[in-house]
Design a protein around this ligand. Structure first.
Ligand SMILES: Nc1nc2c(ncn2[C@@H]2O[C@H](COP(=O)(O)OP(=O)(O)OP(=O)(O)O)[C@@H](O)[C@H]2O)c(=O)[nH]1
Ligand SMILES: [Mg+2]
Length: 462
């Protein structure tokens, strides 16, 4: 047995390297670089605003505002984890234009660093465009296949397409005359068309391509979600965390990422400083733990408008209040004071409660801030108050109480596992409360598509 203990296995034991860890989700590839291609008016900008919150007005194009695929579009205020390259509309048959896009893809592929390469391409095809895919496009697909860049064919305007089908079914083409059976038939015909288009595109591209229809209609939100899930499935694994940050549609991805990528170092430091007997700096260590966790959540949730709003210490104080007026209740002074009566698991518990609170508060803010809108001070205050008043916090803290004890309060991995469990339970309670108290407004759905599609990563299921 011992002979199997090669030096190699020993050296793979985890060592904390703070620089590396923060690199992992921030620096190595701070932004997800997506390229969106499609003819004029297919709905590229509409989709980008829907998924990432980017709009044309606020975004900055480097390169002097030319409408050019080479100019990266960045909007730090809306989405600090994203760079867009927009092919901008070209007309069908304008083969020169696709050649230019090809040149651009080629140029990006030759970049040495991952952060400069294209991480994904969304090729948009309008379902209501009567024109067939033309020869230049097909040649272009062949070119893309060889580049091995994750590629999704996005079939846009699904809603309009269904309407078109229904209009063909009913008398006079008047949608007013359509009954529910006609709509069902329209959707069936639309699906039939999509299925054949899908098998054509998948067939000509080979494996590893996704095809997803989308629409701008609110009721078709699930299609946009599926687009995000589909994209997740083909994005390179080491870019997933950046993708989770960039997308503004699935709370579940962010929540999972928040737990899975919770920097172990932060928990480790918490445990160490709490376990030193008579550590006079426990209060300070808890404070630092809060700040680092806040930073982690901010990075992962990447809320629109947060970079403008979360600049002052006072804002962090508001979050701390929302989480830990209970520290005050159990006498903040005593528990955080130099010679407080609490034993070390007790301190660790407070830390874990803070972490769970923060993750769920960020989720609530995410739900309350649809991508096209920026978080403002008033919203923030309202949401934090709602959180404070809800039963959720107490329920959450009780869960942590029950799970953290002498047996596990020194194990970083166990503590992260506990955060994961508490957050998932808490999430359900929170969602239930919010839907009942607000009649459904501003509350995200818990029914997000599961991550079943992710190759070999059971741990990613929501
Ligand atoms: N019915 C319907 N209309 C859509 C949908 N998506 C976009 N549109 C409309 O199509 C028009 C063009 O949308 P854009 O998002 O500006 O298209 P684009 O691809 O960015 O166009 P260019 O920037 O000119 O290349 C707008 O009037 C949109 O409202 C959709 O899913 N369904
Ligand atoms: Mg556009």
């Amino acid at each position: 047995m011992a002979s199997h203990m090669t030096p190699h296995t020993i050296s793979t034991r985890r060592v904390w390297k703070p620089e590396q860890e923060s690199d992992y989700y921030e620096n190595e590839c701070g932004k997800f670089r997506i390229c969106i291609i499609g003819k004029a008016g297919v709905g590229k900008s509409t989709l980008l605003s829907r998924v990432f919150g980017m709009d044309e007005a606020g975004a900055i194009r480097t390169g002097g505002g030319r409408h050019n695929i080479y100019d990266p579009i960045v909007d730090e205020n809306r989405n600090s984890a994203l760079i867009i390259h927009d092919s901008c509309g070209f007309e069908a048959g304008e083969e020169g234009n696709l050649e230019a896009v090809k040149g651009f893809v080629e140029y990006r592929s030759s970049k040495p660093s991952l952060s400069e390469q294209l991480h994904c391409i969304w090729y948009c095809i309008s379902l209501v465009d009567p024109r067939q895919l033309h020869g230049a496009e097909k040649t272009f697909f062949t070119f893309l296949r060889e580049k091995e860049i994750p590629l999704v064919f996005v079939l846009t305007k699904y809603d309009a397409f269904v309407r078109e089908k229904v209009a063909q079914i009913v008398e006079d083409g008047d949608l007013e005359n359509a009954d529910s059976r006609d709509w069902e038939e329209g959707r069936r015909q639309a699906q039939e068309h999509i299925t054949s288009l899908r098998s054509y595109l998948e067939g000509s591209m080979g494996y590893g391509v996704k095809v997803q229809e989308v629409s701008r209609a609110r009721k078709d939100e699930r299609l946009v979600r599926k687009l995000v899930v589909g994209t997740t499935a083909i994005v390179k694994p080491n870019l997933r965390i950046v993708w989770f940050r960039a997308q503004g549609v699935l709370a579940g991805q962010k929540r999972t990422a928040c737990v899975k990528h919770f920097p172990e170092r932060i928990i480790h430091e918490l445990v160490v400083s709490m376990s030193l007997p008579f550590n006079v700096f426990r209060g300070e260590a808890l404070r630092k733990f809060f700040e680092l966790t806040f930073h982690h959540c901010k990075t992962v949730w990447n809320l629109p408008g947060q970079s403008l709003l979360f600049t002052k210490d006072e804002i962090q104080q508001m979050f701390l209040d929302a989480s830990q007026s209970s520290i005050r209740r159990t006498s903040l002074a005593a528990s955080l004071g130099p010679l407080g009566p609490l034993d070390s698991p007790r301190y660790v518990k407070v830390g874990i409660q803070v972490a769970c609170d923060l993750i769920l508060i960020f989720q609530q803010l995410f739900w309350a801030t649809p991508r096209r809108q920026k978080l403002n001070r008033g919203d923030l205050r309202r949401e934090l108050d709602l959180y404070k008043e809800s039963r959720i916090r107490d329920a959450l803290h009780a869960l942590v109480e029950g799970m953290v004890g002498y047996g596990n309060s020194f194990s970083t991995n166990k503590l992260i596992e506990i955060i994961g469990k508490v957050v998932e339970d808490g999430c359900r309670i929170l969602h239930g409360e919010m839907t009942s108290s607000r009649r459904g407004g501003n509350v995200g759905s818990l029914e997000e598509p599961p991550f079943a599609e992710l190759p070999g990563s059971e741990g990613f299921k929501i």
